[in-house]
Design a binder for this molecule. Structure first.
Ligand code: SF4
Length: 325
């Protein structure tokens, strides 16, 4: 039941208006141990706001984020230290996330030093071990980030995220700034580490091929809501929601840089300040009907997961395909 609304002010020609951007609106999901859940959708659909809520960088307007049964936004000081060991993040740009003035060994050690009181020798051992695990040489700990390639810098960021042995790592576009050949190496490394350690990942990505490769489950977001969710292979092989189909058919690009020139303005995403009533996709949906002015039911699918669309009425129970198209 997670929601995050941002108050905004603005308006044309100096006319001040105010409103709320419903960046995340009544979203629910669960990530199992050792599982990867991917959030996909166009820019501005709320993926990054969800990751910030899960990292405690934002507080929810309503709803909760729980880790091992604890509400992560209601932790005391000891609880916050526990959270910081259990949840880490890797971001898109390894340049921005690594301090240029710190030696790599200190960058990797920082989450451990801040959140656990260990003797220096033990910290050095843990740094050497995790650097070795992500494919870096332990002697490279004395170098600075600018002495590494982009792929190596992302390995440094990963080592720093993994050194506290977290239960969950939020991966926000972790390979999109890397060369294609390096992307595959980093994705394989993530998969191997997950198998070894049982780490859970929340993956935010516009790269649908990477998502299929690494994710166990996928949640498709549109204008702050999850419109379809389910096991990755099933969802890719048989997408149900018209928005999911458009996204996977590349009719709608997940990333604005992929938008084809000459795209009709009517195809633009409506403003989250004033989203359409009922189904938020109805202004772009080829199947829109009168009933789509009402919020669609969330219908469980026989393959697992769910879809929120009037093509799949809730009273039909578990559905194998569209009830009407
Ligand atoms: Fe299209 Fe209606 Fe389904 Fe929305 S509810 S995706 S408008 S058919």
């Amino acid at each position: 039941g997670l929601s995050k609304h941002f108050r905004v002010a603005g308006g044309p020609l100096g006319v001040r208006t105010a409103g709320h951007v419903r960046a995340v609106d009544d979203v629910s999901f669960r990530i199992g141990a050792g599982q990867t859940l991917a959030l996909v959708g166009e820019s501005g659909c709320g993926k990054t706001t969800i990751s910030r809520l899960m990292l405690r960088l934002e507080s929810p307007t309503t709803g909760t984020v729980t880790l091992a049964g604890r509400d992560v936004h209601r932790l005391d000081r000891t609880g916050v230290r526990w959270f910081r060991r259990k949840v880490q993040a890797v971001f898109q740009d390894p340049w921005a996330s690594l301090s240029p003035r710190m030696r790599v060994g200190d960058i990797v050690a920082e989450p451990l030093v801040v959140n656990e009181r260990l003797p220096r020798a033990r910290v050095r051992e843990r740094v050497a071990a995790i650097m070795d695990r992500v494919g870096l040489q332990p002697w490279q700990a004395k170098l600075y980030p600018h002495e590494f390639s982009g792929g190596q810098r992302q390995r440094i960021a990963l080592a720093s995220a993994l050194i506290t042995e977290p239960d969950l790592v939020v991966l926000d576009e972790p390979v999109s700034a890397l060369d294609v050949s390096v992307q595959a190496q980093v994705m394989n490394l993530l998969k191997d580490i997950q198998t070894e350690r049982g780490t859970s990942f929340l993956l935010i990505s516009h790269d649908l091929a990477s998502v299929r490769y690494i994710a166990h489950r996928v949640a498709v977001m549109y204008l702050g809501q999850i419109v379809e969710e389910g096991p990755a292979d099933e969802l890719y092989d048989n997408p149900r929601h018209p928005y999911t189909r458009a996204l996977f058919d590349a009719i709608l690009p997940a990333h604005p840089d992929d938008r084809r020139p000459g795209t009709d303005a009517a195809d633009e995403v409506p403003s989250p300040l004033n989203p359409p009533d009922g189904c938020r996709f109805r202004t772009r949906c080829p199947h829109a009907m009168d009933v789509c002015g009402q919020p669609p039911p969330r219908t469980a699918l026989d393959r697992g997961g769910s879809v929120a669309c009037h093509l799949y009425p809730a009273e039909a129970g578990l559905t194998k395909g569209p009830v009407r198209e």
